[in-house]
Ligand binder design. Structure first.
Ligand code: AMP
Length: 282
């Protein structure tokens, strides 16, 4: 597995692969890899000749400096996981490599549509500008034919699709299923910050989503939301940011269960750790 730190070195390695017309897949990550990330690598391997994983903790998408500072960076562990997973190349740039003027911000503003400002966009102002800024840069370096993202970050996939449309980039974006622990907690690099009691309390998020999914046909929307929110609000140490049943394109709350393409999404702080999760309903 090739490990590359600079854009120029990466482009050099890319040249012969492009000449051979090999299909290149990109899996962008911020490292601290777990089985959720590896599932993206596995899916990527099935549909491309070369799988590139990027590891970059992108400062422009963090709205809380403490969150950025304490973001886990177990690089050796990540490299071992990617080698074992059969990843072909890892792109691991420094902050200066991706943002030469850092900490002076670059000009970047994209119209990502009204959904940018809902849900995560409301609680993490500017988050999707930072996400699309780095993903555009990574796409420009790697020039993938196809890129894989997790449904875990549901709104992120929408925003990236909008960015790709905006620049008319010739690549396919694939959303991959959420990988969970055996007890239902969605895997996340931030889960290591959960204390044993947080870990126990965090299970209510998946339980509330599952409750909505199981009862979607039976109960009306208000009852579904009220019961699910009560489950969460009655759990100690869990502070709800949002719990919504939304249209999967606009992310606006649905007012009719017969409408197709609904998704239930949640974000909550469990102890000091903010977690998100979701489930597609129909
Ligand atoms: P991150 O390193 O958190 O930026 O995540 C990198 C990619 O992995 C994103 O596309 C995430 O949506 C995806 N991902 C994170 N957690 C999971 C999970 N539990 N299951 C599937 N994909 C995930």
């Amino acid at each position: 597995m090739e490990i590359v730190h600079t854009i120029s070195a990466f482009k050099q390695l890319l040249k012969p692969l492009k000449k051979e017309k090999l299909k290149i897949a990109l899996v962008p990550t911020m490292g601290a890899l777990h089985k959720g990330h590896l599932s993206l690598i596995e899916i990527a391997k099935d549909s491309a000749d070369i799988v590139v994983c990027s590891i970059f903790v992108n400062p422009t998408q963090f709205t809380d400096p403490k969150d950025l500072e304490r973001y886990p960076r177990p690089l050796e562990h990540d490299i071992k996981m990617l080698t074992d997973a059969g990843c072909n190349m890892v792109f691991m740039p420094t902050v200066k490599e991706m943002y030469p003027t850092f900490p002076v911000p670059e000009d970047w503003h994209l119209d990502l549509g009204p959904a940018e400002f809902l849900l995560e966009g409301e609680f993490r102002k500017g988050h999707y500008q930072g996400v699309t800024q780095i993903v555009k840069k990574l796409f420009d370096v790697v020039e993938p034919d196809i890129a894989f993202f997790g449904q875990k970050d549901f709104q992120q996939v929408l925003m990236i699709r909008n960015m790709v449309k905006h620049f008319q980039m010739p690549l396919e974006i694939v959303s991959c299923p959420i990988i969970r622990e055996d007890d239902g907690l969605a895997m996340s690099s931030r889960n290591i910050h959960l204390s044993p009691s947080d870990r126990e309390n965090s299970l209510v998020l998946n339980k509330a989503l599952q409750f909505v999914s199981d009862n979607f046909e039976k109960l009306d929307l208000e009852e579904l939301l009220a019961k699910a929110k009560t489950m969460i609000n009655n759990t100690p140490g869990v502070e709800l940011d949002y719990f919504t049943i939304a249209d999967s394109e606009s992310l606006l709350p649905v007012d009719d269960k017969k409408a197709h393409n609904s998704v239930v999404l949640v974000a909550a702080k469990v102890g000091q750790t903010r977690l998100i999760d979701n489930m597609i309903l129909n």
